[in-house]
Design a protein. Structure first.
Length: 141
C-alpha cells in the first residue's frame, strides 16, 4: 500500500484527506501549512496582509467579487481597492532595474552636489571671519 497517496492507518481512521497529509503540497507548490486560513472575521479581528493577499489571489483566479464579498463580509469597493493596490505593486516591482545606469549617474551627481555645497559653506564661513577667501598681502600695484 502506498502511504503517500492514502496516508497511514491512523490518518485514514480520523478521516484525513490525502491533501491534508503532513508534508503535502498544494497545486501552487506551497505547503498546506504555509497558506493562510481565509475565513470570515470574528468581531474585533483585523484583516492582515496575508489574509488580504489570499482573497486577492482568489480574485485573480477568477472568483466573482459578489461571491467573495458575501463570503467574507467585505464591501465590493474594498475588494476592488485591494486588487488595484496589488496590481500597482506588481507593476512597481517589475519596473525596478538592477544596476540602473540612470540611477547610478543621478547618485554620482547628488554626491558631487553635496561636495560642492560643503566647499561653498566652508568658503562662506572663512569670508565671514574676516580672513577672506584669499590670503591678505600687499597689493602688487
Amino acid at each position: 500500500m502506498n502511504k503517500s497517496r492514502r496516508g497511514t492507518k491512523r490518518q485514514r481512521g480520523k478521516g484525513v484527506a490525502s491533501a491534508e497529509v503532513e508534508g503535502a503540497r498544494r497545486a501552487t507548490g506551497a505547503s498546506a501549512d504555509a497558506v493562510a486560513d481565509v475565513s470570515p472575521l470574528t468581531p474585533g479581528q483585523r484583516w492582515t496582509s496575508s489574509r488580504k493577499r489570499e482573497v486577492v489571489l482568489r480574485m485573480f483566479r477568477g472568483e466573482s467579487l459578489d461571491k467573495l464579498s458575501r463570503e467574507f463580509g467585505v464591501e465590493i469597493y474594498r475588494l476592488e481597492e485591494w486588487r488595484d493596490r496589488a496590481l500597482s505593486s506588481i507593476d512597481a516591482g517589475l519596473k525596478i532595474r538592477k544596476d540602473d545606469p540612470v540611477q547610478a549617474e543621478l547618485d554620482a551627481a547628488m554626491k558631487r552636489i553635496g561636495e560642492l555645497s560643503m566647499e561653498n559653506e566652508l568658503l562662506y564661513k572663512r569670508c565671514r571671519k574676516g580672513n577672506g577667501p584669499f590670503p591678505r598681502g600687499r597689493s602688487r600695484k
